[in-house]
Design a protein around this ligand. Structure first.
Ligand code: ARG
Ligand code: ZN
Length: 843
């Protein structure tokens, strides 16, 4: 059953107030819900409530018992008046809720996840984001097993029952909200507490709740929360609006985290961090996700989505905000490089594949399948383009107007764009196509130089995507600059060129000699630039461009050109050497990394799996040996820096570990010895896992011992054991599939979403080993999808994404991938999550 944007109708009934009363126990929870409902407009349609896996025990309408029973997943009530009070009592089983949507058990605690459509698994309700209600919640539970009882908003009362064996708490949330933002947690938790005073002087009590042993590992998340709260005041004028802000970390969670009003629930991976167990990347991810969820309080909660097609309204905007925030905490350039790298790795592949969709999709079978890199990350790029086009002040005027105009409403992406348009006076008619068209635009470039005039011709086309054969030109901002080859200096200012037509010509006078063109600086538009740029120009830009992203990009493009061809790689090797001689370790580390095998494959019509691996290894070896001494200098020169979570120290660690990777590629025994010594002596996880991962990728005699030692040292620490699974699944060794299959029989392997992603998800992005020519990698992936689907369909659907890319491979592999997709589709009782992914992949 397909849901379509064009079928949207406002809700027939509104629910101004909700009272929920929970009698909590893992094996059987009773939920009494009292809804006041009001007819929305003049019509005679019934009230239709959604409900899934609920046992209805009783129903009253205006206090009168009613025998109506649910049909399928709906409870339909014909109401005579324009208002009514509906009371339902249902029974649910949290301990049997393996989908982790609704109310479920995790690590002995009870918690909820409602976005997108989990609230219907808790009680009967019109489960759609445009029904806003104020909630009061009462919950009662065993006092020893669940000493802490939390819900949205403020706690207003609590007490004991049964002589103290059970206790209860009442919470109210003054802000109307859609049901997907409802949350409740009951558990044996301890808080890390702090306070924040908002810009108007309101004091907010902050708490991060975890198991007692983990409280010290919450300090970094707490610091990030306070920094985020202050940042949103300064940069967007947004202030927090409740007296308490609670965060709970849970071990079983389908996604990263959830922005429930006043009670964020997090995957513990994005809260807990200490140097011994978390890498620098983990520390950064914790801060970014904490900021992201906090920022949702305004972009998502105070102003929410009218319907789920508008998901990017809150997600694209909130990702853009968290990217800005993260850029302000360290190196903006390195953060941009990181964001673009993952956009290209995941979103560009999505845009080029069978599930390509616009940032505002117009139909879906299962909305859970649309929490994608397109909606989130391309969505953020679209917001970033608005920021670029309108300028900082214009953009801020736009967000101010958006907040003022729509506070308390459930709105659309169109409402957001209109606020931007009204505040800035810019016509964004054509810009709106970014919301409607899927696919990554390609911008073709030619540069002509005659006399003292440079002429740049830019063309744009967007390839067809499923259901969208014809594409129109989009409005896109391209930053560009010219450089003088002789002096290395920029010629004039950077220009912001706005492409609106299929072809745009830019004429630049007073350019005496043929210049070097720097294009899409800072990645101003999420496009693929097709520029037959001479290698010498790329080398030049990698050394002289004054935009660090463009400098990085020049080297990446040179590497892509080199890795996609045969023959000598001297230019690239020399340029890598020059970059390695620079003075910003964090930047150098990112710039000298060769593109991944997957990204190299993305450039070709057909991915030549083995040839790409062989060529990349050969070039890596050449770059490693040519600069052997410089790699050792980078390694040793950064090896004894004291551990600190500062941008400088993180940059040095990163460069040291990138250098270690190159040193291993020399094949020198000395490198293996250094890696093992680093593994054994590390005083932090960044260094330890970096060493373990190069060893796991090697035939070093210490490999087995290192893996065993790591396991012994960290067994029982789930997030670290996830890393142990991952380094093995990501290895390029020939025995990786066998090892990965063996790991599915390890006692620590489970259907926990983090564990599944760490092993099966990691193997799924191991291009070399997933795409083994005999198809065994594909069969393994499909086996796992089939084993997870009955337990947790949304996770199963995510694991199968790599199989959808069959059109990109040779006919032999493509047939084997299709066969696995067909096998999935033929399976009885397949979830709609996996059905949608498999059927779209084969269409
Ligand atoms: N809104 C959450 C966030 O971006 C993610 C919720 C994911 N839900 C889902 N059904 N995939 O922080
Ligand atoms: Zn979000």
């Amino acid at each position: 059953h397909t849901v379509r944007l064009s079928d949207y109708r406002p809700p027939d009934w509104l629910v101004p107030t909700v009272a929920l009363d929970f009698d909590l126990a893992p094996g059987c929870t009773r939920v009494r819900a009292t809804l006041t409902v009001t007819r929305n407009g003049a019509h005679d349609r019934p009230l239709v409530l959604d409900g899934q896996e609920l046992r209805l025990l009783s129903l009253t309408v205006d206090g009168v018992a009613d025998a109506t029973q649910p049909v399928g997943e709906h409870l339909t009530l014909r109401l005579a008046g324009d208002t009514a009070v509906i009371e339902t009592l249902v029974e649910i089983v949290p301990s049997a809720n393996t989908r982790l949507m609704g109310l479920y058990a995790s690590g002995g605690n009870l918690c909820t996840q409602c976005e997108a459509e989990g609230f219907r698994r808790i009680t009967f309700f019109p489960d759609r984001p445009d029904v806003l209600s104020t909630y009061s919640v009462r919950m009662k539970a065993d006092a020893r097993a669940y000493p802490v009882l939390l819900a949205n908003g403020n706690m207003v009362a609590r007490g004991d029952d049964d002589g103290g064996d059970t206790h209860w708490a009442e919470w109210t949330d003054p802000w109307p909200k859609p049901c997907y933002l409802f949350a409740l947690v009951a558990g044996d938790l301890q808080p890390l507490r702090d306070r924040f005073t908002t810009m108007s002087g309101r004091e907010v009590q902050l708490a991060i709740w975890t198991a007692a042993a983990d409280v010290p590992r919450c300090a970094h998340a707490m610091a990030a929360l306070k920094t985020s709260m202050a940042w949103d005041e300064v940069h967007y004028g947004r202030e927090y609006d409740l007296d308490v802000f609670n965060i709970v970390a849970v071990a079983d969670f389908n996604f990263g985290a959830m922005e429930n009003k006043g009670l964020n629930v997090f995957n513990s991976k994005y809260i807990l961090a200490d140097p011994e167990t978390a890498t620098d990347a983990d520390f950064d991810a914790v801060a970014a996700v904490v900021a992201h969820e906090y920022f949702h309080n305004w972009t998502g909660n105070r102003i929410t989505c009218r319907d789920w097609f508008q998901l990017s309204l809150k997600e694209g905007l909130t990702v853009f905000r968290d990217q800005q925030f993260s850029g302000d905490q360290g190196s903006r350039a390195v953060r941009r490089i990181d964001d673009v790298r993952s956009l290209r790795a995941v979103q560009f592949q999505e845009d080029a594949g069978p599930t390509a969709h616009p940032i505002r999709p117009d139909h879906y079978i299962e909305i859970g399948n649309f929490y994608t890199a397109t909606v989130y990350n391309k969505g953020a790029e679209v917001i970033r383009m608005l920021y670029t086009l309108l300028g900082e002040a214009g953009f801020r005027a736009g967000t101010d107007l958006y907040f003022e105009r729509h506070d308390g409403q459930a709105v659309t992406c169109e409402d957001f764009v209109r606020a931007m348009e009204d505040a800035s006076g810019r016509d964004l008619t054509q810009f709106r196509r970014w919301y409607e068209q899927a696919g990554t635009p390609r911008v073709g470039v030619t540069l002509a130089h005659e006399g003292s005039t440079a002429t740049i011709t830019l063309t744009q086309t967007t390839p067809p995507t499923p259901g969208q054969p014809i594409k129109l030109p989009v409005h896109l901002p391209l930053r560009l600059a010219l450089f003088d080859r002789a002096s290395g200096a920029r010629i004039g200012d950077e220009r912001l060129v706005e492409l609106t037509e299929a072809t745009t010509t830019v004429v630049i006078p007073d350019v005496p000699t043929r210049p070097v063109l720097s294009l899409n600086r800072d990645f101003s538009a999420p496009v693929i630039v097709e520029h037959a740029c001479p290698a010498a120009d790329r080398v030049f830009l990698s050394a002289h461009d004054d935009d660090p992203f463009a400098r990085y990009e020049a080297l990446q493009q040179l590497a892509l050109d080199t890795l996609s061809a045969e023959g000598p790689c001297d230019d690239l090797v020399a340029a890598l050497g020059a970059t390695l001689g620079g003075d910003d370790p964090a930047f150098i580390a990112e710039a000298v990394l060769l593109p991944t095998e997957a990204f190299i494959g993305d450039q070709a019509a057909v991915v030549a799996v083995d040839a790409i691996h062989a060529r990349r290894e050969a070039v890596r070896h050449a770059a490693a040996t040519a600069h052997r001494d410089a790699w050792w200098a980078a390694y040793r020169g950064n090896a004894d820096a004291a551990y600190a979570q500062t941008p400088e120290a993180k940059g040095r660690r990163r460069l040291k570990n990138v250098a270690l990777g190159y040193l291993m590629a020399t094949g020198e025994r000395e490198a293996e010895v250094a890696a093992y010594a680093q593994f054994e002596n590390a005083n932090n996880m960044t260094d330890r896992i970096a060493a373990l991962s190069v060893l796991a990728n090697s035939d070093a005699p210490e490999r087995t011992a290192a893996l065993a030692a790591f396991y012994d040292r960290f067994k029982g620490d789930a997030s670290v054991i996830d890393k142990w699974f991952s380094v093995q699944a990501m290895s390029s060794r020939a025995d990786t599939l066998a090892a990965t299959i063996a790991l599915t029989r390890h006692p620590d392997f489970s259907h926990n979403p983090n564990r599944l992603r760490s092993l099966v998800g990691a193997f799924g992005v191991n291009q070399l080993r997933l795409h083994a020519a005999d198809g065994a990698g594909y069969a393994f992936l499909a086996d796992q999808v089939l084993s997870v689907d009955p337990v947790n369909p949304s996770t199963a659907a995510r694991l199968m994404t790599p199989l959808g890319r069959w059109r990109r491979f040779d006919e032999g592999r493509a047939a084997l991938m299709r066969a696995q997709l067909q096998r999935l589709l033929k399976t009885p009782r397949l979830s709609k999550d996996v059905f949608e992914m498999a059927s779209k992949s084969l269409a």
